[in-house]
Design a protein around this ligand. Sequence first.
Ligand code: COA
Length: 192
Amino acid sequence: MAKPYPSELVRTLTLRDGTRVVVRPIRPEDRQIEKEFVQELSNESKYFRFMSGLRELSEAMLNRFTQIDYDRELALIAMVCENAKETEIGVARYVVNADNISCEFAVAVADAWQNRGVGTALILGLAAAARARGLRTMEGIVVARNSKMLGLMNALGFSVRAEPGDPSIRHVTKQLDMTSSASIRASSAAPL
Ligand SMILES: CC(C)(COP(=O)(O)OP(=O)(O)OC[C@H]1O[C@@H](n2cnc3c(N)ncnc32)[C@H](O)[C@@H]1OP(=O)(O)O)[C@@H](O)C(=O)NCCC(=O)NCCS
């Protein structure tokens, strides 16, 4: 059964350039901004996120990405106000695995907003929410040539391992009970 909207996960953070960013769980009404966010990603960012030549989200994917139950699945979006319009600049999501103690996650930040601490803040926020949900492990699959994501994973204390038989991907894993501010490199964004 779907949980109520988890408003306790709404946060405001300030990037090092002073930009204020609201990070909040996604809502069904965010369908259009989520669609625009993915449309605007560069081809490389889309490939790194979706591992395919996807150009835009299908209607079914948009439903799945925005109509979540906040229990088996959580998506946090990062929003800024630009020219009096709310724009999505990043999203991180997890889906709980069948074992109910681990989850698979993915993240994407708009190209123009990369390297400003948004990805770090989203991953830390997602990890904190997963840990609060009782999950113990967060894992993901990263394209092997995605050096930025792998560098970030390393900095955030994820272990990175090769996939036997598939040199094009890496598995990343983090034990959430070991996640602490001390184990995480200082972030450019205020901690969530
Ligand atoms: C990977 C991604 C999510 C990172 O988001 P971001 O907002 O750019 O990340 P941040 O700014 O928080 O952090 C990037 C950090 O990694 C560091 N970094 C970049 N490349 C690095 C490398 N090769 N090794 C070590 N660190 C590296 C940067 O210096 C930066 O650190 P700083 O903020 O302390 O200066 C973003 O680039 C993205 O959306 N890429 C396309 C989609 C994607 O790859 N998703 C991952 C699929 S699971």
